[in-house]
Write a protein that binds this ligand. Structure first.
Ligand SMILES: Nc1nc2c(ncn2[C@@H]2O[C@H](COP(=O)(O)OP(=O)(O)OP(=O)(O)O)[C@@H](O)[C@H]2O)c(=O)[nH]1
Ligand SMILES: [Mg+2]
Length: 193
């Protein structure tokens, strides 16, 4: 599958103000700083499309992107990262509720991509997210992000651990290694209408 055009659509605070689409949407989910926005830039080969940062908590709104390919259009939703330590527990809970509401009600949602930093593996709040996704039957796969920062045997170990715990596939990814990009695009192509 070839990307023809990638366009930012809109930032929305919640599902009510989000743009509606008939096309399949992939929602990026995961801790703050796990590499979600960088993934968009890497997949679309457009380094400036989504804002990335060394400071966790960069993405605080739901950002939609429309991606035109030779196989049709698909949507990416960049969701606010969870586990951002610098905000109060009450605010974190509010964000989490907002996130869950989005995932439960978004009609064109295909799969969630759950981002896990390969250096840390599944942390407590990731496990809670996984439990919630399974309980609510929200389809997801895992993205083992920043794979360039760990050794090959570590990648395999983490991948196995994650697949065992989540009972769903885990795809390694790195913005520095094009081979992973091709595999994700194959997955998306297979899952768009
Ligand atoms: N080495 C390496 N660094 C990465 C990779 N992906 C992302 N990063 C870095 O990790 C940091 C965070 O990336 P973001 O894409 O902004 O993370 P995010 O998940 O969107 O974070 P929030 O918006 O806070 O939820 C940035 O400094 C990126 O350059 C990767 O594959 N390899
Ligand atoms: Mg981000």
């Amino acid at each position: 599958m070839k990307i023809k055009l990638a366009k930012f659509s809109k930032s929305s605070p919640d599902i009510k103000s989000a743009p509606t689409y008939n096309e399949t949407e992939f929602a990026l989910l995961g801790r703050s700083n796990s590499g979600k926005s960088s993934f968009i830039n890497s997949i679309t080969l457009n380094g400036k499309l989504a804002k990335t940062s060394n400071t966790p908590g960069k993405t605080r709104l739901i950002n939609h992107f429309e991606i035109t390919t030779d196989k049709g259009l698909f949507i990416i939703a960049d969701l606010p990262g969870y586990g951002y330590a610098k905000v109060s527990k009450t605010t974190q809970k509010e964000w989490q509720k907002n996130l869950e509401n989005y995932l439960l009600k978004r009609e064109n949602l295909g799969h969630c991509f759950l981002f896990i930093d390969s250096r840390h593996g599944l942390l407590d709040n990731d496990m809670q997210m996984v439990d919630w996704l399974i309980l609510n039957k929200v389809p997801f796969i895992n993205i083992l992000a920043k794979c360039d920062l760990v050794k090959q045997n570590e990648i395999l170990k983490r991948k196995k651990e994650i697949e065992y715990f989540t009972k769903t596939m885990c795809m390694p990814f790195s913005i520095k290694k094009p081979i992973y990009r091709d595999k994700i695009l194959d997955f998306i192509e297979f899952n768009i209408n």
